[in-house]
Every structure is written in structure tokens, then in C-alpha cells.
Design a binder for this molecule. Sequence first.
Ligand code: HBZ
Length: 822
Amino acid sequence: MSANKTEQYAATTLDADRLAQSIKRHLQQSLGVDLEEAGPAEYWEALSLVVRELGLDLIRKTRHKERDEKARRVYYLSLEFLVGRLLGNNLHNLGIYKQAEEAMANLGVNLTDVLEHETDPALGNGGLGRLAACFMDSLATLDLPAFGYGINYRFGLFKQDFAGGKQVESPDGWREESCPWGIERPKRKQLIKLYGRVSERAGKAVWEDTQEILGMPWDVPVTGYGTDTVNTLRLWESRAAEGFDLSSFDEGRYQESRSGEIQAENVSQVLYPNDNHPAGKELRLIQQYFFVACSIADLIARYKRENGDNWDDFAEKVAIQLNDTHPAIAVPELMRILMDEEDIVFSKALSICREVFSYTNHTLLPEALEKWPQNLITKVLPRHMQIIHMINYHFLHTEVEAQWPGDNNMKRRLSIIEEPERPGGQQMVRMAYLSVVGSHKVNGVAALHSGLVKTTLFPEFNEMWPDKLVNVTNGVTPRRWLDYCNPELAKLIDDTIGNDGKVDWRRNLSQLDAINAYADDPAFQKKFAAIKHDNKIRFAAVVKELCNIDISPDAIFDVQIKRLHEYKRQQLNLLHIMALYRRLLDNPDLDVPQRVFIFGAKAAPGYKVAKTIIHAINRVAERVNNDRRIKDKLKVVFLPNYRITLAEKIIPAADVSEQISTAGFEASGTGNMKFALNGALTVGTLDGANVEIAEEVGDDNIFIYGLTVDEVAELRHRGYNPKDVYNSNAELKAVIDWLASGDLCPEEPDAFRPLVDSLLGGDYFLTLVDYQAYSDAHDKIVATWKKPELWWKKAIINTASMGKFSSDRSIMDYAKTIWNMA
Ligand code: HBZ
């Protein structure tokens, strides 16, 4: 890394005049539009083309530099990259935002309006996909040679709307609007095989009678902040291979293929909308193999172009990170190539794999751990199934045997193949075990989570390989999640601690620490509070436009935005809001500040209870927002179609950040970091990265409540009956009864049954147990809000203490402890 890159990097030489010239050129020559007929949408496209040109030029230069330096590259394999809008972010990273603003102004257009015309590529579900995007930003910013590999889905995560308060999904054909970022690279296309059978010829395995799919790469340039490094996000699109299934074509049956198997084009058609719950469908397995096979072939081709055919150096030049187990089939795929195509013996192939691969675990939820039926893998990828058996045999009979000689029970427990519990059941391939066995490092995503990975998820692996399981706490890019989404706060920080090359918090987030000195300063507090107020005014306008609800910027904005999942406990927030409403009805003159509870969340389309929670929140919102008796003291807003672009508007306007998962279930969370960075106070359990956030900000500056991981385990062990809590807490009982009564949804009185049954019939996520502590924590929030100087002091300390949670720090941790690159 160079010390002072800002002086030498290329894009900043573009002044407003030259930019305006380029914009005009693209309007006329690339888009065929006259200046007079161009609106913000056309200006968006033209400016994007200008930036794309810059990006492509810098990608080329980055590639040359890397080729000369012959450094190790990291390949980040992920089924999801939730990148969000790119134009504004790229302008910031390239250091030409101001110039672009001026150029647009000279052309008579407002850059902010122009940026609103970008569709948000929703190529991910939630945290896992967004983390991949933050990591790509940091890899480029840190000048680390990296490729992201994923799928160019035609349809991203579904669009969400509400009808009568219920979630309604519609397809997100994001590419139908023009998308100038992806550049098709036919020269780098790949042909991959599926199905067929394996024969042996001259002692060698031959995979034949296969069907072929073509993978076409689309490259998205990934700019870094203040550097010329531009990395590549290569997203594969599936196409029918030439000559694909000609027999059915001849017979006029070109909708079907030979054996009714999956159509090539369908493979990259749609992102599966499940988070923390695998779909288990053949098409999903094919998606996984498709992008893995294309990517591995692509990176091997690059290695050979740069280093020749010598496999001895492969692991020195290549590091592959598996983002969860979704790309785990990469392990047998690389083994297959090494053994069947490169004539490398099994033991050497396995040791190459283990040097190259590492795996990130993002969940402990048992139902979220991927397992594939052995029969399905045998059908779709027969050679891979054989290789998985070979790996498993070696692992069990050499490695497990050495550690626990003669212990067949242990072999059964650790086997990559899970035997059926009941006769007639299926054998399943445990993708997490395959990933652990095939990797040299396995990491969790926050300290608490990584500890649990060691002690509860993989204790035996940890015993066998004490150095394999490690922690890398997640982070977020401060460029998007502070500089870009909260420009006023970024400016206040610049004005206070400087921005002169020596101080550059955008690249070295720990420098925010200097803000701590101003936490008590009334003048600084005033400015900090005023910025939050401005952000709230802007956000209130968004709420008005999207939901037609009036909210006051003087109210506490209390926000829970994340996927809808019972473990994340939006239902706890809901029960508490219902109780607040009842308290106000009992006493409309209650001396409490105005509060607005804001939600944003999509539920997996097949997840019944999650959808019920959305419906219930919407119905409560409707009731509360239209009740004059409570004098606007309480408002509830559920923003439809929550996505990155909305997050960028909500987070800078939040006062309170809800991070209230059942302890032990949220691996890390990353929204929690974004809120604290923007000066919101967290109410949260000791779960995921909340623990480390609390360590950084100090216990006085966060509202921690509820059962700890150990207490959760103990309670489960003792046995727990939710009815006991329900019967002993009058307020809680009243709101659950109200939910069950049908009053909130008279036309469908049983609408909320699934939620009520889940709470009273087991309460797996311990919502009721934590209710009182949660309500008490909110009382403390209100008490603090009533002392503004105290509130703003805490808020400022939150922003000042987030240095650790930059994704630059996460990436440096990966580079040092996993990739051996720094
Ligand atoms: O990954 C999330 C974790 O829940 C969150 O705690 C963590 O901060 C974040 C980044 O490490 N996990 C997901 O977002 N998981 C998925 O989206 C997912 C998608 C498809 C699946 C399984 C999980 O099949």
C-alpha cells in the first residue's frame, strides 16, 4: 500500500469541464439523445458511462500491475453480492463527486436527482450479500488483488408491497432498466458439465454423456477509495451452449431438454429468496455448481496465463474464500480438475485444496446448515460425489482414526455423509463438514459467534485442528455507510478532526476516536444534533411519500431494519409497541416523548410466521397512526420494499437501533455497526457483534438487556413454559390476547394465529422471557432522551468508537490470518 495515494491517483485530474464534455459525448454518441431531450434518467446513464470508461481503464491498469507483481490473489466466491447503487459510490471513491456535481449543475441538472434514477441491484438477501459488497470495496481500497465471483441473476430479490397489510411479492427484473455497469466478456466464457455418468478408462475417471451449459461473464468494476486500484466483480450468466440438446430442437421440443432436466437459461434466472434457510432444490444446487465451476476454470486459466502449468506455485498465488457453504462444491471441483485433468494424485490434490480454500460460517441455526441428498449430487454431479466419498474416506480413516483410534461413533459423527436416522431415509452430504475438511481456516463473523462455532458447532474439528477455527469480526465500509449516506456528518467530522492526508478517517476509521474529545462539548453536540435533525426531516419526507404517514422529526426515531426472522424478534418490538399504545390509551396525558417505530423487512415468501408478523405490524400501525386519542405520541411505519437504497436514507436518521435477537442466534449483524457509526444508540441483546460494540462504546452508551447465551442454554436445559410468563405478566398477557382476539383484522380473525401459537406454544426464540427486560430498557431510553446533553454525548461516543468496525479492518484480518497476503 502506498502511504499517500491521494496525490497520484488518476481520476481526480478530471475537472468539471472535462466531465461535462464526456457526459455530453455519451448522451449524443452512446445514447443517441439530444441535450434538449435529456432528463435525469439519461443524464444518469451518460454519467455512468463516463465512470464506466474510467473504471475499465483502471481495471486494465490494475491487471497489468498485478501481472507484473505476481502477487497472491484472493477470489471471493459468493452466491450474493448486494452492491446497492453504484454511481454515487463510484464518484466518491474516484474522488470526482464534487466535479460531477459541478458538471451537472453547469448542464442545468441536479446530481442528487440524477442519482435517484439508478435501480438498486438486489443480488442478495441480506447481511451475507451486503458483507460481500463491503469486502469488495475494502479489497480495492487496500490495493489487494481480488476478484469477486457470483451470479448475474436476471431477477434479484423480489420486490415487496403490502396489500391489506400483507406482503405481496413481485419479480425484480432489475436489468430491464439499463445497467451500464456490467460488461460482457465473451472471450472469457466457460463451458461447464452437468449430469451424465462416470466411466473408468485406463485407470482414469471419465465424466461423460454430460449436458453442457455456457457461462458468460459480466464484469462489474469495483473502485476503491482514493486509489487507482479497480478490482473486478465477475458475475456469470447461464446460456444454452451451442448445440445444446439439438435432438429435442430437431423434434420441435426445444422447451424441454433430453430428460426433462433444468434448462440452461434458467440457472442464472433468479436469486433464491431464503436467508438462513436453504431451499434444497435441484436448481439451487446447479446454481451453486454453475458459478463455482465457471469461477474455478476462470481462475485456473488466469493462473496458467500468468504462471504456466506448474502446479507447485498454485497455492502461493491463489486464495479462495467460500462465503458460507453455498460455494462448497468448489472443493471437489478443484480436486476433480487436479486429479482427472492434471494427473495429480489424491493426497497432493487435497493438500493443494487445503492451502487454497478457507470458509466463512455465517450461522449456527441448525436448519440453516446446508445438506444435500447424496442421490441428488450423484445425479447432477456424479464425479463430484465420488470425490466427496474419497475425501471422506481419507478424512475418517486416516485423520479421525489417528485422533480417536477405533472410535467408530466419532467417525459417524464427523462423517461428511450423514446416515439417515430412520430406515428408508436419505443419506445427506453435510456441506459445512466438507468445507471444514477442505479448508485451512474456518472463521466465524464475530467473537461470540466464532467462540460458539468452536464450542457448539464444530467442537471435534476444533480438537483435531486447534488452529483451524478462527474469528474475523465483520465490518462495514465507512465510505458508503458514513461518507456517502451521511454527508453532513462526514463534513462535521472533517471540520473537527481534519481531512488533510495525515488524518483520513475514510481510510483509517480508528481516527474517529479523536471525536471522543468533543462528546461533552456543547457546541459540537449542537452541531451533531442538528445534523441528525436535518437527516430526520429528509427521511420524514420519504416516509410521507412512500407511506403517506406524517412523522415529526422531533420524535425518537426507533428503527428495526433487517430480514424478517423469528430469531431477530421483530415480534418482540411489536408486542412492546402494542403495550405502549395501551399505556397511552389508559393515560393519554402520559409524560412521554413522541416516538416513531420504523420497520423495514422482507420475509421469505414461504415463511408463514414471518409473513404473519409483517401483517400484524401493519395492522397495529394502521390502528395506532389513526387514533387521535394518543395525540401523535406514537407512530408506526413499515416501509415497503426495504433495500440498500432505503437503508442509506434511514440509518442517518435513526436515534435508536434495534438489535434484539435471541442471544446466540445472530452471528454478527452489520446493521448494528452502521447505526452506531451514524450516532444511533443501540438497544440490544448480548448477541453477535453487539458484544464487541458494547466493549467499544462502553456499557453506559448502549442499552443492553435480556438473557445471555449461557442463560438461554440454561433455561432451555431447565425447560420453559411460555404460558407461565404469559400468565404472570398482565401487560404482556393483554397484548397477546389482543393479537389473538381478531380485533386488529376483523375480516380474518384468525390471521395472527400462527404468531400467537408460535409464542404460546413453545416460544423457541424466548420472546416472552425477554419481554419485561426489553420494556425496561426502553424506559431507560426515554429517560435518557429527556436529557439531551446526555443523549448527544452518548450518540457522539458511538460514532467516535466505531473504528474497529470498518470492513478495512476485517479485510486486513483476513489478509493476515487467513490469506497470508499481508
Ligand atoms: O450474515 C448473515 C447473518 O445472519 C448475520 O448475523 C451476519 O452479520 C451476516 C454477515 O456475516 N447471514 C445471512 O445473511 N445469510 C443469508 O442471507 C443466507 C442466504 C441464503 C442461505 C443461507 C443464508 O441459504
